[in-house]
Design a protein around this ligand. Structure first.
Ligand SMILES: [Zn+2]
Length: 269
């Protein structure tokens, strides 16, 4: 079986994802924050919309759902949450859900928001894929708007434990800025230095850097590396306390709040 995934760029740096089985005309859209670019993509590709999938309730992920679902009573799958009133098929951790013959596993990943879900598919395709919204980004992770650092760390670990060949379809093109921050946290990481150079070249040409893959993230994304010496050392320096708590959750907390304040061009602590 072959899965086709099309990127729909929207707003400043969002990607909506449109997928279908190769040869099938019915497609599913993930996180349509705006209806217009989805309708254009469907027309260009000669596809019809069969289902809508949401990862979490932020407007840039769900804003287009009312207009799209009204087209033909299209089912809307997403978290059980009063913040997405138009979900017709509420989902929760451990559910399995099928779109056009493609079966996805639902994984709860609270942290960025409390209702956040990721959708993972690993069977019958060459490489597993995950649609993870604003949880794991290429070179980074989502901000903590609702959850605790511990929750987000556990959510990221769920994604990190998937097949390392998994293609990561996140919802924003943040890679370049994320890797700049990552390089400050891990200046000694040569895989990261190489990746940053590649991504800078891609972005100079306006080329997307998503999807990324899990193996690359495990080697270069500091938020998946909070148990490693250089990340711990940087977090400790940043934190500045004499009795630094070097637990993974605390290292993650320090790195995440550091990133919140990070400005391009910042120097190591
Ligand atoms: Zn969000």
């Amino acid at each position: 079986m072959s899965l086709k995934i099309h990127r729909i760029p929207a707003f400043r740096d969002n990607y909506f994802w449109l997928f279908h089985q190769d040869g099938a005309s019915g497609a599913t859209v993930v996180d349509p924050g705006d209806a217009e670019p989805v309708l254009r993509a469907l027309a260009t590709l000669g596809l019809q919309l069969d289902a809508i999938l949401a990862t979490h309730h932020h407007p840039d992920h769900i804003g287009g759902i009312p207009a799209l679902s009204n087209l033909g009573q299209i089912p809307v799958y997403g978290p059980y949450s009063n913040k997405i009133p138009f979900v017709t098929h509420p989902l929760a951790d451990g559910d399995r859900v099928e779109f056009g013959g493609l079966v996805f596993q639902v994984i709860a990943v609270p942290g960025h928001t409390l209702d956040h879900l990721a959708y993972y598919m690993s069977t019958d395709i060459d490489r597993p894929v995950v649609f993870c919204g604003d949880t794991l980004f290429a070179g980074g992770c989502g901000r903590l708007f609702e959850g605790t650092p511990q929750q987000m760390l556990e959510s990221l670990k769920k994604i990190a434990s998937l097949d390392s060949r998994t293609l990561i379809y996140c919802a924003h093109e943040y890679t370049q800025a994320n890797l700049e921050f990552a390089s400050v946290v891990e200046p000694g990481n040569t895989a990261l230095t190489q990746r940053r150079r590649q991504v800078d070249l891609l972005r100079a040409n306006g080329t997307p850097t998503i999807p990324t893959d899990l193996a690359t993230e495990l080697k270069t994304n500091p938020f998946l590396r909070c148990n490693l010496p250089e990340v711990i050392r940087s977090a400790k320096l940043r934190d500045g306390s004499t009795n630094f708590d070097a637990s993974e959750a605390n290292v993650f907390r320090v790195i995440r709040s550091w990133k919140d304040k990070f400005q391009p061009g910042s120097r190591p602590p």
